[in-house]
Design a protein around this ligand. Structure first.
Ligand SMILES: NC(=O)c1ccc[n+]([C@@H]2O[C@H](COP(=O)([O-])OP(=O)(O)OC[C@H]3O[C@@H](n4cnc5c(N)ncnc54)[C@H](O)[C@@H]3O)[C@@H](O)[C@H]2O)c1
Length: 277
């Protein structure tokens, strides 16, 4: 995928160690992209648990690791719910690297789970604001920049298995991820004329910081110990394992590259065959 060399990518939510975003950013950098490690940096707003965010120091440390591996990276703190911050991040990116070619909407929160009949309105808003409105705002600003540049681009939305199937206690998360596929398809149809391809990637179980929290939540709900719950996931997976952050990174690198130049509007499952529609 030599054609990724010299391209510039922003990966939102890439500042948390062991996260999917970190892996995507590192692989894109390895393939020659200039990458922006973008994350919220500090917890702001009621729904931001201090343990569920990519901190400023983690963001810096990921940049250092990429540079050590001879890659090009900078860190920019940005809250994907804030239009002005996204605009400023893109302006800074273009000033530093000359263009924006790849936008990966990976920032998400999946740690607000409540029984549906008790699901709070503010919880609903919190999840939709980050997962869906965040992807909308970042896609909009990225598309404006890519259109201005006039050489196309690639927007990739990190959705979920929850974009294709329902999960209990996760009305907002599941709705937000299904919504991301709608956003992907609508934007693919509208932006194709500008050479901008828009695709989604749908991971299933990956034991990131968020994945670990979800495993614990669902194993407790089912009254299973953590290991038994995880083994159940492995046993029903056709490829007999859970996902790795690298599995998602490789799918993103492919979709971002010219190898995927005739692919747009897709929502690609990367789930070991567990999800296939
Ligand atoms: N881990 C899994 O099993 C799994 C499965 C399917 C989909 N996903 C999706 O993949 C993406 C990454 O998840 P992960 O497992 O690496 O979790 P993670 O918690 O490691 O990463 C999510 C990142 O999003 C950032 N973020 C949250 N709110 C933000 C905001 N307002 N502005 C900017 N950044 C913000 C967090 O700080 C964090 O760094 C998420 O969208 C998640 O829904 C994960």
């Amino acid at each position: 995928m030599k054609n990724l060399k010299g391209k510039t990518a922003i990966v939102t939510g890439s500042g948390r160690k062991k996260g999917i975003g970190e892996a995507i950013a590192k692989l894109l950098a390895k393939r020659g992209c200039n990458v922006v490690i973008s994350d919220i940096g500090t917890a702001t707003g009621k729904h931001f648990s201090k343990t569920h965010i990519g901190t400023t120091s983690e963001m810096k440390s990921i940049v250092t690791e990429i540079k050590k591996a001879k890659g090009n990276a900078i860190a920019i703190a940005c809250d994907v719910r804030k239009s002005k911050q996204i605009e400023a991040m893109i302006a800074k990116t273009v000033k530093k690297f000359g263009s924006l070619d790849i936008m990966v909407n990976n920032a998400g929160i999946g740690y607000i789970m409540e029984p549906f009949t008790e699901f709070k309105e503010k919880s609903w808003d919190a999840v939709i604001d980050v997962n869906l409105k965040g992807a909308f705002l970042c896609s909009q600003h990225a598309a404006r920049q890519m259109t201005k540049q006039g050489k196309g681009g690639s927007i990739i939305n990190i959705a979920s298995q929850a974009a294709k199937s329902g999960f209990p206690f996760a009305a907002a998360y599941t709705a937000s991820k299904h919504g991301m596929i709608g956003l992907t398809r609508s934007n693919a149809v509208e932006l194709g004329k500008d050479g901008i391809r828009v695709n989604a990637v749908c991971p299933n179980h990956i034991t990131t910081g968020l994945g670990h929290w979800q495993n614990k939540f669902f194993s407790d709900k089912l009254g299973l110990d953590y290991e038994t719950y995880l083994q159940g996931i492995v046993d029903r997976n056709p490829l007999g394992r859970t996902g790795l952050v690298e599995d998602i990174a490789k799918a993103v690198a492919f979709l971002a590259s010219d190898e995927a130049s005739y692919i747009t509007g897709e929502a690609m499952n990367v789930s070991g065959g567990e999800e296939y529609h």
